[in-house]
Design a protein around this ligand. Sequence first.
Ligand SMILES: [Zn+2]
Length: 141
Amino acid sequence: MIEPRYTGHCHCGALGFRYATYRAPAEWSVRACQCRFCRMHDALSTSDPDGRLAFVHDDATQLQRYRFALQTADFLLCRRCGVYIGATIDISDASYGIINTHALDTPPADIADVGAVTYDDEDVDGRISRRAQRWTPVVSA
Ligand SMILES: [Zn+2]
């Protein structure tokens, strides 16, 4: 994977990720999605189409995938501690993902300001194409 890398975990440590991006934290796109799921989790999403993301679970038996609304992505939750760590979508032969910045082990001090976003007007095709362009390519660890 490229550098620098950031690691993240759920609260109990069962689920984790490694996120790599050349972008300085001050330039990250940090999005407060206004959908009900993200508001209920107080989730903040980030991704970098030029970065790399790997989900690395210490105890994959705790992984709960959750789909809702348009059913296009898997939102990854810990069965034990309940934390939402990120989401993935499979498009053609590739996988793309986002992380919840609240799950970073050491959130960068100079992380970018949060922007509120809504995607309510998207249809399935629009949602998939946006994620293919903006989400981070997922690689195996
Ligand atoms: Zn957990």
